[in-house]
Write a protein that binds this ligand. Structure first.
Ligand SMILES: Nc1ncnc2c1ncn2[C@@H]1O[C@H](COP(=O)(O)OP(=O)(O)OP(=O)(O)O)[C@@H](O)[C@H]1O
Ligand SMILES: [Mg+2]
Length: 276
């Protein structure tokens, strides 16, 4: 459903005229229902890759290559067709849920505005649908949450609302840019589980951006390792873990904190200093 070929992005400094290459001809593809993880250090170009898909790259940036989404090249299509794809088929879940919601709208309005066919829907029905969306992301006290403003909800609760909003438009591709980085570890796990469940239920494809290799491996079918604007390698989590192709991936694997260190062989001390 998505086929990205030779994606480049460069920006020119308006003062010096100096050109910086931010993405260096990256290619990757994504099947229906598949999840691809983009992992790599800060500044490696993960968010910029998503921005190119959404057409929200920095003004003045030049984008090259091709982005084929279900038969349409997003870099060459224009007008209404492009607008419709970006509005209806793609949904972004960003790192900070507070930034995703209008602070002066309560959750009910946010969810109703996101629905694909909200216009013309009787008020009571729209509200019932909004409550249904919240239930889908594990929120039980829907009346209270629907009436709340973003600042009245915790970060984890709000990120659930954002996910509910993202699936309400019935997109085909979710773009999740560090969707849980702003949350504490327990909430992080809950939100990831909900995202994963909704994705599978609706058969959505997803690009999942994270610093966290273990998280990406748990959520994604394949991982793309990025460094300095280039994709170094793409493989299944097992391939990346067991047979990394580059020194950088090896270093990234070695640098990750181990939550469950492998148990060491017990050392039998028989007084000779030799191991049993
Ligand atoms: N508006 C901009 N104009 C020019 N360069 C930018 C702009 N925004 C980001 N960059 C540069 O583009 C490169 C890639 O940035 P990007 O935000 O994609 O990194 P990232 O991998 O998402 O990092 P992080 O993990 O910190 O979010 C960086 O070198 C960054 O400095
Ligand atoms: Mg980023």
């Amino acid at each position: 459903m998505l086929d990205v070929r030779g994606l480049t992005l460069s920006v020119t400094d308006p003062d010096t005229g100096h050109e910086t290459e931010i993405l260096r001809g990256n290619s990757f593809s994504l099947g229906q229902g598949e999840a691809l993880g983009l992992v790599g250090e800060s500044g490696s170009g993960k968010s910029m890759t998503l921005k190119c898909l959404l057409g929200i790259e920095p003004s003045g940036a030049r984008v090259g290559g091709s982005i084929d989404f279900a038969g349409t090249d997003l870099l060459r299509a224009g007008g209404e067709k492009l607008r419709r794809i970006r509005a209806n088929e793609l949904a972004l879940i960003a790192q900070n849920p507070h930034g995703a919601l209008n602070p002066v709208l309560h959750v009910e309005r946010f969810l109703i505005e996101g629905m694909a066919d909200a216009r013309g829907l009787p008020k009571a029905e729209a509200k019932a649908r909004a409550a249904g969306l919240l239930q889908q992301v594990g929120i039980t006290d829907t009346d209270r949450v629907l009436r709340s403003y973003p600042h009245q909800l915790s970060g984890g609760m709000l990120q659930r609302v954002v996910i509910a909003g993202a699936i309400s438009g019935e997109p085909r591709l979710l773009l999740a840019d560090e969707p849980t980085t702003a949350l504490d570890v327990t909430t992080q796990a809950e939100v990831v589980a909900i995202l994963d469940e909704k994705r599978r239920e609706h058969g959505l494809s997803m690009i999942f951006v994270t610093h966290d290799l273990d998280l990406a491996a748990a959520v994604c079918d394949r991982l793309a390792v990025m460094k300095d604007g280039a994709i170094l390698e793409i493989g299944t989590p097992e391939e990346i873990r067991d047979r990394p192709k580059t020194e950088y991936t090896r270093a990234l694997m070695a640098a990750r904190p181990l939550l469950h260190p492998e148990p060491r062989e017990p050392v039998m001390n028989d007084g000779t200093g030799a191991r049993a």
